[in-house]
Design a binder for this molecule. Structure first.
Ligand SMILES: [Zn+2]
Length: 627
């Protein structure tokens, strides 16, 4: 059945062109009256077909851009502070960037509606980031510069989705293959297959591993890059996205679905990954050209937005509370035949930065959960205790004239730590000391402020009230080698630096310099991967070989080592159990991955005992039939 012809026929003669933008259907009309008044007719069809349909004006009836721009400025109140107006003539769209987007939208969209009816161009509103974010700007530029390519690409994606469009059709089987991330943390990657679809879920790298173990298994008969219909990314951490640009380098040309903040963060982390490779004098896996290809082929979805991605798979992203834009992915397969939830990484507790993960869903038969802190012993202490312990270590270290290093994951943890420090200093719990931010944490802060809607209510309202905690003057940015040298040689201070596991990045340099002095402290706040320097130090390593000025030297580790598990961005054992306890509806099958073997097995057996559902812990390369 041809869905576009079906719709066009019903609207007799009003439609000049119909095409796809991914799963959405876009109709163009040269009938001004129908454009302004045809809404109810479109709504009827939307209700019946359950597809998103948008009506736009045909290029032929659009007023000149200059005139439209003048009209926009007349209609929108000046308090909205418009910073940019960009016309996408191929799609009859005008993008309005403003500091206060709510004032461009108006009550229940009233201002937006007035704009649309006056200028006939379809307005879209974007927030001007409060901190200038180079990466967010570059990504918007790449998309604007490739407008025409995007239009064709999105139309092709839609054609594929609706190729065998048949709302009644039911398929018989669903299979899930573990290409990575099974019984381990790192290189998360799954292949979901039905008779009609092949979809990749996450595409990660294990940064703590060496050689072949770094990457998911792509050299197996079931995986053929040419047959891949779509890729879905749960969140931007490298163990979930690290290899995505490489997929485009190898010739993948299809869509990747993720949230808006996730693509900005993924592009930034990928660029940093190239930089780290160069610093370690190795050849990077991909280039910035491949990252650009990734951006060009990304389709962003909001939380709770249902979208078809293949003829028989529909996905919805739900907040997972783990990092900015991080999602649980709900799959509706075969029009209700099977509902599968991929949790990705999640936090089932309120943090300063984010709201907790969602635990109620429309329907669920099977779940794949993470198990980073899945063992019996992984009950995380209360956050407030953990925060107090952190402040105590900092105060003690400063008193004895030492420096503190907190290696951070850059995304998520670093922002949480900054919120804790800002609050502690403001309330006098912590001494006023210099806090230095090094590595790409600063750029990630900028992306956080560009998407305040994804943050917890508290942080969101601070950002809106121009009390943005990320630009508080207690934080100083370390931008150059000289500045870093000053921090290393200077007064007692606190340093937040990437990477979190001491595998490359600024944190390794600080560690090398701080390690020998027993007055200094190191605080681990995030997960330390097996094999990483961080893990070895955490387990009591007393000496290690490191590069100093191009020569390998022995470094004594005398500084005080602390681990504060309670600040983790992952759900602890108690949170995972509570998540399944509260989950609605109840699943029939729970699979466990993204955890060390013993933790996965321990969690699976506890979930079985408590919920009396089938549980399993797949091995890498194993395929599970979901239905
Ligand atoms: Zn993660």
């Amino acid at each position: 059945m041809d869905i576009l012809k079906n719709i066009t026929d019903r609207l007799h003669g009003s439609i000049t062109e119909a095409n796809f933008e991914g799963a959405n259907i876009v109709l163009y009309t040269n009938n001004e009256r129908f454009f302004k008044e045809g809404e109810s007719k479109i709504k009827e069809i939307v209700n019946e077909l359950k597809k998103r349909i948008e009506l736009r004006a045909d290029q032929k009836i659009l007023p000149e851009q200059e005139r439209a721009q003048e009209d926009i400025k007349k209609i929108v109140p000046s308090e909205a502070e418009i910073t940019n107006i960009i016309f996408d003539a191929h799609r009859s769209i005008v993008i309005i960037e403003a500091k206060k987007p709510g004032m461009v939208i108006g009550k229940q969209g009233s201002i937006l509606n007035e704009i649309k009816k006056t200028i006939l161009w379809t307005p879209q509103v974007q927030r001007t980031p409060a901190i200038k974010s180079q990466i967010t700007e570059s990504i918007r530029e790449v998309l604007y510069a490739n407008n025409n390519y995007r239009r064709k690409f999105l139309n092709e994606v839609g054609k594929k989705i609706y190729k065998e469009w048949n709302p009644e059709k039911v398929e018989e089987w669903v299979r899930l293959t573990f290409l990575g991330g099974a019984r381990q943390v790192g290189r998360s990657c799954l292949l979901l297959q039905t008779p009609n679809s092949k979809v990749l879920i996450d595409c990660g790298i294990d940064v703590a591993s060496q050689g072949k173990d770094k990457f998911p298994y792509f050299d197996i008969p079931e995986f053929d890059i040419r047959e891949l219909d779509a890729v879905i990314i749960s969140h931007a951490h490298l163990d979930h996205t690290g290899l995505l640009p490489y997929l485009y380098k190898m010739g993948y040309k299809g869509p990747t679905y993720m949230t808006n903040p996730t693509i900005d963060l993924a592009a930034l982390l990928a660029l940093d990954f190239i930089g780290v490779a160069y610093k370690q004098a190795s050849v990077p896996l991909f280039s910035s050209k491949d990252i650009k290809e990734m951006v060009k082929h990304t389709i962003c979805l909001n939380f709770n937005e249902v979208s078809d991605i293949t003829p028989d798979i529909r996905i919805t992203f739900y907040n997972s509370g783990h990092a900015l834009g991080s999602s649980m992915v709900h799959f509706n397969i075969g029009n209700g035949l099977h509902n599968f939830l991929y949790t990705g990484d999640y936090k089932y507790a309120r943090t300063r930065l984010l709201d907790p993960a969602i635990s109620s869903f429309p329907r669920i038969e099977s779940v794949l959960t993470e198990a980073t802190y899945g063992a019996k012993s992984d009950i995380l202490p209360p956050r407030i205790e953990s925060e107090e312990k952190m402040i105590e270590i900092i105060n003690k270290t400063i008193e004895r004239g030492g420096k503190i290093l907190i290696p951070e994951l850059g995304l998520g943890r670093a922002q949480e730590t900054m919120l804790i420090l800002e609050d502690a200093m403001k309330s006098g719990k912590m001494k006023k000391i210099p806090v230095y931010i090094d590595g790409m944490i600063w750029d990630i802060n900028a992306i956080h402020t560009a998407y305040p809607d994804f943050l917890s209510n508290n942080v969101k309202s601070s950002v809106f009230q121009d009390k943005n905690p990320f630009i508080s003057d207690i934080f100083s940015r370390v931008g150059s080698h000289q500045e870093r040298k000053k921090v290393i040689e200077g007064e007692p201070c606190l340093v937040l630096a990437t990477s979190g596991m001491l595998v490359g990045g600024a944190s390794v340099e600080y560690f090398r310099e701080f390690a020998v002095n027993e007055k200094n402290s190191l605080i681990f706040v995030c997960y330390q991967g097996v094999g990483s320097l961080g893990r070895q130090v955490q387990e009591g390593l007393k000496e290690t070989k490191m590069m100093v000025d191009g020569r390998e030297e022995s470094v004594k580790i005398n500084l005080e080592i602390n681990t504060i598990p309670g600040l983790s961005a992952h759900a602890g054992r108690n949170e995972i159990m509570a998540f399944f306890n509260n989950m609605r509806p109840k699943p029939k099958k729970i699979m466990v991955n993204h955890g060390e073997v013993s933790k996965c097995l321990d969690l699976a057996s506890a979930l079985y005992k408590l919920n009396r559902v089938e549980t399993c812990v797949p091995r890498i390369l194993e395929t599970i039939r979901l239905r």
